[in-house]
Ligand binder design. Structure first.
Ligand code: B12
Length: 378
């Protein structure tokens, strides 16, 4: 089976018209395409950085608020500057982009522009036709991030990894984040990233983030859209689809994580898909040194807690959204459940989305002062 086509979609800076791209994303994933969605209000450099790190075949931009001729051209130029002109650019924008504009945009290197009235089917056909051919021999990477991105693709595509032109340095600390969908794992990682970046101005962080593949093998890899602080040159983020594997990770996770962990990052954060009660995602993964279970206070009754396997295995349990009414009860019930394990697991309440949240500070302090001391038992 050939690997799915990976594309990145985004909306330009100062533009919040996301309704078209949300529909288009869904249609793409239904037809076997993996879509890394970067969200709206994104700068040229955010888009190009993400496209290079994700090593996508193309970038689809949806633009409504004007300035599209310049914006699309800058994306094409910056890709060229980074030696990433094998990543192509296409897009649309209803009644805003005229046919005359499109002619200029194509002259500047844009592959295709779609106008109002185009069927979703035509767009899917275009992506399959234009971007499904296997890449030929690739030119040597121009940067460390680009080389790493190419290697991660080789791992996902089960190809032989080429030797490194860039130095592989010391081992990173690897922190695993798991928990049900919507508990706030991505927001928490993004807040921790802010603290990592501020603490040491030279540090670099990697994030390996998972989302589920759906019927038809496509996937919406949407964690980047929630990231604010992680849109930074010191952060390397890669989104991965589970590609048919149950349990929260992908068949390529183990090797990808091993590569990231020896690539000189200070921290590597790995985030699972939203998991169920039986999940033990890091069990067979010796690289993760600290596992964090992020929970929502709304897990149901106390009885539900007995069934969550990760409550036995996690080093730290986070009760996020602790401003919700049920959070105090949740804290007490989880505390009692953890007490039965007799493992000195930490329980931290927080509101991860809140700026300068003391619970996130507490978790950050725990991670930073605990270098490698606490290997997970799972
Ligand atoms: C819906 C809408 C809104 C909604 C947006 C909801 C949302 N979350 O997206 C709301 C009401 C919030 C809104 C707000 C505003 N809007 Co408005 N909005 C529109 C409207 C009516 C439709 C856009 C749309 O979603 N169409 C539905 C899609 C599915 O169809 P489509 O646009 O034809 O797109 C097709 C192709 O182009 C293609 N396509 C589109 N994108 C992509 C991307 C890829 C990768 C591909 C392959 C294809 C593709 O797919 C579609 C399939 O046929 C347009 C008018 C118009 N007709 O375009 C104005 C319009 C875009 N808005 C406009 C304006 C001015 C605004 C506001 C600034 C108004 C204000 N003063 O507050 C704000 C700005 C909001 C913001 N933060 O950016 C102007 C922009 C003018 C300009 N460029 O100079 C427009 C053109 C209206 C007008 N004629 O004045 N807006």
């Amino acid at each position: 089976m050939p690997s799915p086509i990976r594309i990145l979609t985004a909306i330009p800076i100062c533009d919040g018209h996301d309704s078209a791209i949300n529909t288009i994303n869904l249609e793409f994933i239904r037809h076997g395409i993996e879509v890394v969605y970067l969200g709206y209000h994104r700068s040229v450099s955010d888009i190009v950085r993400a496209a290079i790190q994700e090593d996508v075949r193309a970038i689809g931009i949806s633009s409504y608020n004007g300035g599209h001729i310049e914006f699309f051209a800058e994306v094409v130029d910056l890709l060229r500057k980074h030696g990433a002109d094998d990543i192509k650019v296409f897009g649309g924008g209803g009644g805003t982009i005229t046919h005359e504009d499109a002619v200029i945009m194509k002259r500047k290197g844009v592959d295709e522009i779609f106008f109002a009235g185009t069927s979703l089917d035509d767009m899917v056909k275009f992506v399959h036709k234009r971007y499904s051919k296997p890449r030929g021999k690739r030119a040597r990477a121009k940067s460390f991030d680009q080389e790493l991105a190419h290697k991660l693709t080789e791992i996902e595509d089960k190809k032989k990894i080429r030797n490194s032109k860039f130095e592989i340095r010391r081992r990173s600390r690897v922190i695993g984040f798991t928990g049900p969908g919507g508990a706030g794992k991505t927001t928490l990682i993004d807040e921790l990233v802010l603290r990592f970046l501020n603490k040491d101005r030279r540090s670099r962080i990697a994030i390996l983030s998972h989302d589920p593949s759906v019927v038809g093998q496509g996937a919406l890899l949407g964690d980047r859209a929630t990231m604010i602080n992680s849109q930074n040159d010191r952060v390397f983020m890669r989104s991965m689809a589970t590609r048919g594997q149950a349990g929260g990770l992908s068949p390529a996770t183990r090797d990808s994580l091993a590569l990231l962990a020896r690539s000189g990052f200070d921290y590597v954060c790995i985030e699972t898909v939203g998991t169920g009660q039986e999940a033990m995602p890091f069990r067979r993964n010796g690289i993760v040194e600290l596992t964090i279970l992020v929970m929502n206070p709304d897990y149901g009754s106390r009885l539900q807690l007995q069934k969550i396997v990760m409550l036995d295995l996690a080093d730290v349990v986070v009760v996020n959204k602790s401003d919700l009414q049920r959070a105090r009860t949740a804290h007490t019930e989880i505390e009692q459940r953890l007490g039965q394990n007799r493992r000195h697991q930490q329980l931290i309440d927080m509101v991860a989305k809140r700026h300068r949240d003391p619970g996130v500070d507490q978790l950050f302090a725990l991670i930073s002062r605990n270098p490698g001391a606490k290997r997970t038992r799972n």
